[in-house]
Design a protein around this ligand. Structure first.
Ligand SMILES: Nc1ncnc2c1ncn2[C@@H]1O[C@H](COP(=O)(O)OP(=O)(O)OP(=O)(O)O)[C@@H](O)[C@H]1O
Length: 287
C-alpha cells in the first residue's frame, strides 16, 4: 500500500458527552457544530437517520461513506436547504430551527458544492466579491452618488478579494472569466468564495473531485493552511481516501443514512464495519 502523506498534526482527540470526539485544543470551546438525532425522510426513505456529531471549533473533520449513503443530504440539512423531519442542528451553540438558508449562512456556515456552482460569466474577483457582499458597509446613497465612503469600501473589498485569492496563488487570475478556468482552479475558486463569507464552519463537498494527484496533494496542504490561518472548522465529504486520511482529525462514516463509525483516521481504517461497508465483505455464514 502506498504511504499516505499526512497534513494533520497528530492531534489528540478526546471524547465529549455527545459520544463524539473533538481535538483536545477545542475541548473548552463551544463546538462549532452539534447535531442531535438529526434525520430526514423522503417518501418513507430515511435518507439520514439519528445523525449525531460534534465538531470542535478548529477541527478538520471528514464525512465519508459509499455512494448514496446520505452525505450530501447531511450538508443540505446543515445549511437549511432541507428542513429536518427530526432532530436539531446547532451552529456555535445556536439552534437553526426556523432559520432560512441566509440566516444560517449569517451564523457562519458556508459550503461548496459537488457540482461546481460559480457565476461562470463573471470574473474570478467578482465571484469572490459576491461572497464578501455581506460585509459591505456603505449605504445606498453613498453607492448611488459614488461618495468617498463608497470608494473606500470598494478599495477594501478589492484588497480583501486579492488576499483571499492569494491563499491558492490565484491573484493573477482575478480578471479571468471564471467559466474559462481549468476545473481544478474552479474548485479552488469556489472554496475562496465560501471563505469570503467569513465562516466559522466551512463545508466542502468532494473538493478533490476531478483533480489530479498533484492538485489533490496541494489541496490537502491548503485545507490545513486555511484552518491554521482562519482558525475555523472544516467538514469535508470526500471519496479520495488519501485526502481524508491525510488531513482529517475526526472522521464520521455514514452508510444507508446511519452513522456506522466515528473516530480518528487510524481507528476508521481498522474498523470492520467500515471495511464491510466499502468492500461489501460478506458476514460470516453469509452467502
Ligand atoms: N430531494 C430528495 N428527494 C428524494 N430522495 C432524495 C433527495 N435527496 C437525496 N435523496 C436520497 O437520499 C439518499 C442519499 O443521497 P445523498 O445524495 O445524500 O448521498 P451521498 O452519500 O451524498 O451520495 P454520493 O456519494 O453518491 O454523492 C439517496 O437515496 C438519494 O436518492
Amino acid at each position: 500500500m502506498t504511504e499516505v502523506k499526512r497534513h494533520r498534526s497528530d492531534t489528540k482527540m478526546v471524547p465529549v458527552p455527545s459520544h463524539s470526539i473533538v481535538p483536545e485544543r477545542d475541548i473548552n470551546e463551544i463546538p462549532v457544530l452539534e447535531t442531535r438525532h438529526l434525520g430526514i425522510e423522503f417518501g418513507g426513505l430515511k435518507a439520514v437517520d439519528d445523525f449525531n456529531i460534534t465538531i470542535g471549533k478548529t477541527e478538520i473533520a471528514g464525512l465519508i461513506g459509499p455512494n448514496g449513503a446520505g452525505k450530501t443530504t447531511v450538508f443540505n440539512l446543515l445549511t437549511k436547504v432541507y428542513e429536518p423531519t427530526s432532530g436539531a442542528v446547532l451552529i456555535d451553540g445556536k439552534d437553526l430551527h426556523g432559520m432560512s438558508i441566509v440566516q444560517a449562512s449569517r451564523l457562519g456556515i458556508a459550503r461548496t458544492f459537488q457540482n461546481i456552482r460559480l457565476f461562470d460569466k463573471m470574473t474570478v474577483e467578482e465571484n469572490v466579491r459576491i461572497g464578501l457582499h455581506n460585509q459591505i458597509k456603505y449605504d445606498m446613497f453613498s453607492g448611488i452618488l459614488r461618495l468617498p465612503r463608497y470608494w473606500k469600501q470598494e478599495k477594501r473589498q478589492h484588497e480583501r478579494a486579492m488576499e483571499l485569492l492569494d491563499i491558492f496563488g490565484m491573484q493573477d487570475l482575478a480578471d479571468e472569466v471564471s467559466g474559462s478556468l481549468p476545473y481544478g482552479a474552479q474548485r479552488r475558486l469556489e472554496i475562496v468564495r465560501a471563505l469570503a463569507t467569513d465562516p466559522k464552519l466551512l463545508l466542502l463537498d468532494e473538493p478533490a473531485a476531478g483533480m489530479n494527484p498533484h492538485e489533490t496533494e496541494e489541496l490537502m496542504e491548503n485545507i490545513a493552511k486555511i484552518r491554521d490561518q482562519f482558525q475555523i472548522a472544516i467538514l469535508l465529504i470526500e471519496h479520495d481516501m488519501s485526502l481524508v486520511m491525510g488531513v482529517c482529525e475526526g472522521i464520521c462514516v455514514l452508510n444507508f443514512g446511519k452513522i456506522i463509525a466515528k473516530g480518528t483516521a487510524d481507528e476508521i481504517q481498522a474498523n470492520p464495519d467500515v471495511i464491510e461497508a466499502y468492500l461489501g465483505k460478506k458476514r460470516e455464514g453469509g452467502k
